[in-house]
Design a protein around this ligand. Structure first.
Ligand SMILES: *[C@@H]1O[C@H](CO)[C@@H](O)[C@H](O)[C@H]1NC(C)=O
Ligand SMILES: *[C@@H]1O[C@H](CO)[C@@H](O)[C@H](O)[C@H]1NC(C)=O
Ligand SMILES: *[C@@H]1O[C@H](CO)[C@@H](O)[C@H](O)[C@H]1NC(C)=O
Ligand SMILES: *[C@@H]1O[C@H](CO)[C@@H](O)[C@H](O)[C@H]1NC(C)=O
Length: 364
C-alpha cells in the first residue's frame, strides 16, 4: 500500500469495514471483508486430536488482486472459511507488519536505535540474526514455550533468538527458493513422525510483492505471479487431502500491505528545501526519516518542509512528537522528522535524481 493511503486509513479512520458471514457447514464457517491495505483469509476445519495451523503470508497482496479472476484456489479457500479486514500497522511495510502479525511490535524496515546506537537494515542477514532488534514474543516462540513444536519458513524475525528461543524448525532466508521448494519444505515438516511434527507452520512468499515493486500493481508480471502462487495453493490443498489431514488443518493466509504505483515525474526534491549535507536520511520505502546533523536545527529544518508541504500538498511532515497518537508510532526507533509523500510521489535529491533510472520501484 502506498503510505499516503495508509496514513489516511489509520489517522482519519476512514476505512470501510465490511463483514460478511457465511455458514458453509456446521464446522466450516466464514467471515470475509477487506480493506485497501492487506487481506486475511482463514480456512477453519473440524478440530481433531492433533490440529495443524499453516500460516501463510503473501507479501504485498492487495485485496483487489483476489478479484482479478486469477486466483481460483485462494478464492475457494476464502469462500469456505473466514475472510476479514486487515488493517496494517503503521508504517504499512513488510517487516513491521510481519513482526506485528506475530507479536504486535516493531517500527520499520530500516531504523536507527539511539539506545543501541545501531541501525537495523532488513536486508542485512546479520542484523536479522541479532536478538537485540526483536522484542515481544512471536507466535512460534509462544508455541515452543507451551510445549508445542513450531516451524518457520522465512518469516521476518524468525532468524534471531527471541527470549533465547527459536522456532523448533526454521530456515535462513533465501530469495531464490521457489514456490515448489517451499511446498516441499512444508510437507517435509508435515510428514515428520507425530512426536516431531510441528503444530504451527509459518511460511512467507515474497513473490507477489516483488512483482508489484518491479513492474507495478497493474502489470502482467503481477498477474502471472498471482497465478503461480494460486497454483501453489492448489498443490498445498491437494497435499493435505492426499494425507487426509485437510479436516484437521487450519490455513490462515495474510498479507502485510498493499501496493500502489509510483510516478517518476512525481518527486519531491529534498535538497531544494534544505541542503543535503544538513541531515541524514533513512528511507523506509516511500516514507522517510530525517536526522538533522545539528539537533538544535530540527525544528527549523522541519519548518522548511512544512511550508513546502502546505504549498504543494504533495506530502505530509511531522516532528516525531507531533505524529498522531492513533498510529502508535512513538518508539525511540522513530526518527526526529517523518516525511510521507502522497500517492505516487517519492522523495529524492535533485543532485542525484535521474528520471530515466529512478531509485524507487514501479510499485510501492
Ligand atoms: C555510535 O556509533 C558510532 C560508530 O558506529 C560511533 O562513532 C559513535 O561514537 C557512537 N555514539 C555513541 C553515543 O556511542
Ligand atoms: C538458495 O536457493 C536456491 C534455489 O533452491 C539454491 O540453488 C541455492 O543453493 C540456495 N542458496 C543457499 C545459500 O542455500
Ligand atoms: C491482469 O489481470 C486482469 C484481470 O484478469 C486484467 O483485467 C488485466 O488486463 C491484466 N493486466 C495485464 C497487464 O495483463
Ligand atoms: C511518546 O512516548 C514518550 C515516552 O514514553 C512520552 O513521553 C510521550 O508523551 C509520547 N508521545 C505521544 C505523542 O504519545
Amino acid at each position: 500500500m502506498h503510505l499516503g493511503q495508509v496514513e489516511a486509513e489509520l489517522i482519519y479512520e476512514s476505512h470501510q469495514l465490511t463483514k460478511q458471514r457465511r455458514s458453509i457447514r456446521k464446522y466450516i464457517y466464514g467471515l470475509m471483508a477487506f480493506i485497501l491495505g492487506g487481506s486475511l483469509i482463514a480456512y477453519r476445519c473440524q478440530k481433531v486430536d492433533r490440529p495443524l495451523v499453516i500460516l501463510v503470508s503473501l507479501d504485498g497482496t492487495r485485496p483487489e488482486y483476489l478479484q482479478r479472476g486469477l486466483t481460483p484456489n485462494l478464492n475457494k479457500i476464502g469462500s469456505g472459511g473466514y475472510m476479514s479486514d486487515m488493517i496494517p500497522v503503521f508504517p504499512s511495510i513488510t517487516f513491521p507488519n510481519h513482526y506485528s502479525l506475530a507479536t504486535g511490535l516493531i517500527v520499520g524496515n530500516v531504523f536507527y536505535d539511539p539506545v543501541l546506537n545501531d541501525t537495523f537494515v532488513y536486508t542485512d542477514p546479520v542484523k536479522n540474526s541479532e536478538s537485540k532488534w526483536w522484542n515481544g514474543e512471536p507466535i512460534w516462540i509462544t508455541a515452543v514455550k507451551n510445549g508445542l513444536k513450531s516451524a518457520v519458513c522465512f518469516w521476518p524475525g524468525s532468524e534471531a533468538p527471541v527470549k533465547g528461543l527459536y522456532a523448533t524448525y526454521w530456515k535462513k532466508f533465501n530469495q531464490s527458493t521457489t514456490i515448489d521448494e517451499k511446498l516441499g519444505i512444508i510437507f517435509n515438516w508435515i510428514d515428520l513422525p507425530p512426536s516431531q511434527r510441528p503444530s504451527i507452520i509459518s511460511v512467507y512468499f515474497p513473490d507477489i510483492d516483488h512483482s508489484g515493486h518491479v513492474a507495478g500493481p497493474n502489470s502482467e508480471m503481477v498477474n502471472n505471479t498471482l497465478m503461480e502462487i494460486d497454483n501453489g495453493f492448489g498443490k498445498l490443498m491437494q497435499g493435505l487431502v492426499d494425507r487426509d489431514i485437510q479436516s484437521s488443518t487450519e490455513i490462515v493466509v495474510v498479507s502485510d500491505h498493499g501496493m500502489g504505483s509510483t510516478d517518476p515525474t512525481k518527486v519531491i526534491y529534498m535538497d531544494d528545501l534544505v541542503p543535503e549535507g544538513d541531515y541524514d536520511v533513512i528511507y523506509n520505502g516511500v516514507l522517510v526519516y530525517l536526522y538533522p546533523k545539528d539537533k538544535t536545527k530540527t525544528v527549523e529544518i522541519a519548518e522548511k518542509f512544512k511550508q513546502e508541504a502546505k504549498a504543494s500538498g504533495n506530502f505530509r511532515i511531522w516532528l516525531k512528537e507531533e505524529i498522531p497518537y492513533d498510529v502508535h508510532y512513538n518508539s525511540t526507533r522513530v526518527g526526529p522528522i517523518l516525511l510521507i509523500p502522497e500517492r505516487e510521489w517519492n522523495f529524492v535529491f535533485r543532485s542525484s535524481y535521474n528520471p530515466e533510472n529512478p531509485p524507487f520501484p514501479k510499485g510501492s
